[in-house]
Design a protein around this ligand. Structure first.
Ligand code: NAD
Length: 464
């Protein structure tokens, strides 16, 4: 009998359901089926693939309410944020649909002038692209629609079969995504869900796959890279972050926007602002305004449309946060707001603002992935740059200033995949989503996130 895993509602701690996990035999068979079906899918005209993906987009919009209810039940994400995620996904899908043809088009990069070499034919050089084949997509729970579609939409449009392993914490959403794609016309052996925990993910990696596209934590990403290293296949890893923001002395009033960047989805975003550096000249005013904003956040039942902060999605994260806070307080941090779990059913942690923080504290250097922010005073741009770079991660970095040149100069010195001036916690389908250092390798989104699913071929063609 298949092993069962439990889906628990983080707001009530009650069992929603038990789901049977795919066992090793099922996973092996599913990958085999995907492999034999993939060439026919690749050969189908692009217009057929686009038509199915457009239908999927329409279904997402039509069913947004019920899909949001499922996502909120299993992850505790506030219902308005679940709906926002689902209803913002079509924009990304549109980007892929509009740009896939140009990425797939053969590119003539050189044509020799006629008879450049006497007695030889004319030389042409052309780049063409083919799908990777069968790709594994192992996904995270915090934004299953965003991080999923970033991978499986361009993978399918470019002719790949996708074996999709949603997180066990968003398994009901993962199954719903598969149902909608199949209903939209993607064949069942071309988009193949594998339901299970990390064990199912590990078994998937043992199969004959042609690429792995992973979204999740650095420790798991590292395991995945090591597991597939002997296969020499394409590996993309979108991992965690410890994203900094620096507020210069000439910044406008930005505390409310930054508080949203830090606490949206309970801080459980890869690009959540996790630490803030503020120029000493405006530090006190900034902290006052920031604290006021956080105190105004409505915390509670995630099914209530007014709730801004719900429970954490994973129970073990409560102790990670408590350990980081204990370490910080032991080393002299001051807790201005919050600081403890809430005494109520569900995995709730009070939104927490820390000052007097230093880089000796784990809370300023390691990913927290929860509703906690450290705010540190700095005396100069150089000091801010040094602190922003003092982490193993490199996903995003933000600078707030009225001077674009100053902000760009600061951001150019910080190692991060995305650079934000006067904004944060933002993703655009037109720009590559990419991490440096422990934040990962490769890119999704933008045209780079389409070509990621293709293998190029260089043609050297000399006429007779
Ligand atoms: P996780 O690493 O715990 O799990 C991610 C996925 O990997 C899940 O599907 C899980 O079942 C699977 N898995 C676990 N162990 C495995 C193994 N040994 N082999 C194969 N698969 C395995 O991450 P999570 O808790 O789901 O997500 C949170 C993390 O994801 C955070 O660090 C966050 O910053 C990061 N994240 C990054 C991005 C980005 O775009 N860079 C986006 C979203 C989330």
């Amino acid at each position: 009998m298949a092993e069962l895993f439990s889906v628990i509602n983080p707001a009530t701690e009650k069992l929603i359901k038990e789901i049977p996990a795919d066992d090793d035999t099922a996973i092996t068979n599913k990958v085999k089926q995907a492999r034999s079906a993939q060439p026919a899918w690749a050969a189908r005209p692009l217009s057929d693939k686009i038509e199915a993906i457009k239908k999927f987009k329409d279904l997402l919009i039509e069913q947004a309410d019920s899909l949001a209810t499922t996502l909120t039940a299993e992850t505790g994400k506030p219902i308005t944020q679940s709906k926002n995620e689902i209803l913002a996904t079509p924009q990304r899908i549109d980007f892929f649909i509009e740009n896939v043809a140009q990425v797939l088009a053969p590119q003539r990069v050189y044509q020799e002038p006629w008879q450049a070499l006497p007695g030889t034919g004319q030389l042409e050089e052309i780049i063409t692209h083919e799908p990777l084949g069968v790709v594994a997509n192992i996904s995270a729970w915090n934004y299953p629609y965003f991080v999923g579609t970033n991978v499986f939409i361009p993978a399918l449009l470019t002719g790949n079969a996708v074996v999709y392993k949603p997180s066990e914490i968003a398994a009901m959403t993962g199954s719903a995504i598969a149902t909608l794609l199949h209903e939209a016309g993607i064949p069942k052996d071309i988009f193949v869900p594998i339901i299970g925990t990390g064990l199912a993910g590990a078994t998937l990696l043992e199969q004959p796959i042609d690429g792995v596209f992973f979204t999740g934590s650095y420790p798991t990403g590292q395991k995945i890279a090591m597991a597939v290293a002997p296969k020499l296949i394409k590996v993309q890893l979108e991992l965690g972050g410890k994203d900094p923001a620096y507020v210069c002395d000439d910044a406008a009033s930005v505390a409310a926007g930054l508080a949203d960047g830090a606490f949206y989805n309970n801080g459980q975003s890869c690009c959540a602002v996790e630490r803030i550096y503020v120029h000493t000249d405006i530090y006190d005013a900034f902290v006052d305004q920031f604290v006021q904003t956080v105190q105004g956040f409505k915390l509670g039942d995630p099914t209530d449309g007014e709730t801004y902060l719900g429970p954490l999605s994973r129970k073990p994260q409560l102790s990670v946060i408590e350990q980081q806070l204990k370490d910080a307080v032991d080393k002299g941090a001051q807790v201005l707001v919050g600081g403890q779990p809430l005494d109520r059913p569900g995995w709730y942690f009070a939104p927490t603002v820390l000052t007097n923080v230093t880089h000796d504290m784990t809370v300023m250097r390691e990913e927290t992935f929860g509703p906690v922010i450290g705010i540190q005073r700095v005396g100069s741009d150089d000091e801010a740059v040094a602190l922003m770079n003092d982490t193993d991660y490199g996903l995003t970095a933000a600078v707030y200033s009225s001077d674009r040149e100053r902000a760009v100069k600061i951001l150019s010195q910080v190692s991060s995949g995305s650079a934000y001036w006067n904004c944060c916690d933002r993703v655009s389908p037109r720009l590559p989503w990419t991490g440096r250092n422990h934040s990962g390798i490769g890119s999704t989104l933008s045209t780079l996130g389409i070509s990621a699913f293709l293998k190029p071929r260089g043609w050297h063609l000399r006429g007779a």
